[in-house]
Design a protein around this ligand. Sequence first.
Ligand SMILES: C[S@@+](CC[C@H](N)C(=O)[O-])C[C@H]1O[C@@H](n2cnc3c(N)ncnc32)[C@H](O)[C@@H]1O
Length: 321
Amino acid sequence: MSFHIPVLLKETLEYLQPQPGQIIVDGTLGGGGHSLSLAKAIQPNGTLIGIDLDPAAIEEAQKNVDSEKISSKTIFVKGNYKHIKDIINGAGFEKVNAILIDIGISSYDLEGSHRGFTFQKNEPLDMRFDPEAVPHNKDKEPFTAKFILNHYQEHELKQIFDDYSEDKFSSRIARGVITTRQEGEIETTEQLFEIIKKSLPAKFRFKAGDSARRIFQALRIEVNHELENLQAFLPDAFESLLPNGRLAVISFHSLEDRIVKRFFLEKAIGCTCPPEFPICQCGKEPQAKVLTKKPIIASEAELKDNSRSGSAKLRVLQKLI
Ligand SMILES: C[S@@+](CC[C@H](N)C(=O)[O-])C[C@H]1O[C@@H](n2cnc3c(N)ncnc32)[C@H](O)[C@@H]1O
């Protein structure tokens, strides 16, 4: 298994236009697929700052960079991209030329992490990107998919399944979780898959895999606070850019793409007056230009080689001032 094949790599490089000597941040290092190409493009004296919550990703990226003998400086940090400002400062910089995040799930997460990201393997229901994340609650139980499934109330489960999976059987699946856990804790991906399958009307059970994929994604988003991270990251990342700096986001979920699209538009429009005002009263100027009028999606060729690129959307913003 390769750690991960980078998605939309060519397009990301085209839009970010990395140049020798630049400082670039990759907020989701993964196996270092994007980072490796970016670090090469900024040689000989550029700096690449790579961030990931997962120590295994950092180790893999380090190995890949070492094997390529890249002359740019690389600084890898175990952390959350939502702390991008502190991480950039900690690396000795204030502003950078470009920032990328690729907020999908890596092949390693699915196939090699043993943290229960997929129903296709029988594993404990963990789903934390950061396997060392400290417990959030006083009982000292880590905030994992298992915690959610065994402690959330029915309406809370329904809410996350509705919002993050948009599965039409969300209510039935939430009910199925509540009923099953009365007989004992839900601990494994296999148990969860069985609950999902049994909760579907009989004639839809042959499609249980589709519902399971969506429900697993919803749990992953909740466990890792993925939407909150993105919301916190965008303004700080924008502020951390030098004039003309570029910010690229590759997302895989419509809710994430909507957050990115709205943020980019807000920066590009400037004026915040209500639409019924005939002329602008606020005087706010555009701070950025959206370089991708429509999101960039994978080419036929990439789709053929890497099915994970199917739902990827790349949006890129350039700071003006
Ligand atoms: C799709 S992979 C990135 C793949 C990478 N672009 C490549 O081509 O090799 C996403 C990575 O982001 C990491 N991650 C997810 N949320 C994060 C966060 N809030 N902060 C830092 N890393 C995060 C995951 O651990 C995972 O390694």
